[in-house]
Design a protein around this ligand. Sequence first.
Ligand code: Q0Z
Length: 278
Amino acid sequence: MQHVYSGKVREIYTDGDDLLLVASDRVSVYDVVLPTPIPDKGALLTQLSVWWFGQLADIVPNHLISATDVPAEFEGRAIRCRRLEMVPFECIARGYLAGSGLKEYQATGAISGVPLPRGLVEGSRLDEPIFTPTTKVSDGGHDAPATFDDVVAAVGLSTATRLRDLTLEVYRRGAERAAANGIIVADTKLEFGMDSDGVLTLADEVLTPDSSRFWPAADWTPGRAQHAYDKQFVRDWAAGTGWDKTPPAPQIPPDVVDATHARYVDAYEKITGLPWRD
Ligand code: Q0Z
């Protein structure tokens, strides 16, 4: 086993021809990783993603080989997957306006070349979900918006069209399931790759609160920043400490850790309908 990549909250190892994607219990707010782990976070997000791969298998094949055949030290919070030739875009679907999409809309009236009606505000629901790819910027920078034509230029019209259709289809399936259980999926980021037979394959993690914006539907109020389903307690506590959002971040107090853990468990249970053990 060889460690090949560290993200802010995840790691990649190689094991022969396979990859191991390992999720940690680390949490980031304002792009800063906090010094206090959230117990079970890595396992909850890994198991949610694995559940989604199963739910989405009729839409698109995925890279998962096993969620159990992993080293004991990573048990529950890692998957073994096939190594793919990755598509060099983040495939994002948005059903609501937030984040970098909101900024781009406010500046240009469009996101990734998709024109939107006037008068939308932070948190607005879009009439139809839209495909807003970004290009991956190497070493840590924020991703840059790309248009559908940029994707076509890089991968060809048929693959680009399939990426867009699959991304929107996965978003619709995910948003519908979550909405039925009180959770808005405002947007989601997917990664795809080509397998060794040239089959377009869903990769990475899917429809987790780290790859998507989850909002409690009961609190949804367009015209202001929305509450994050998972990290809102950490954000509210961090804002109240006077911390300036630059590293190092302060330790998270136990009550905030517990409340945040409960939100990750709640999201897992609401979406999957399964009880979380532990
Ligand atoms: C995923 C990432 C991180 C987890 C590369 N099946 C695949 N084949 C080739 N490359 C990837 C995958 Cl999933 C791949 N990432 C993002 C970073 C932990 C996933 F630190 N990068």
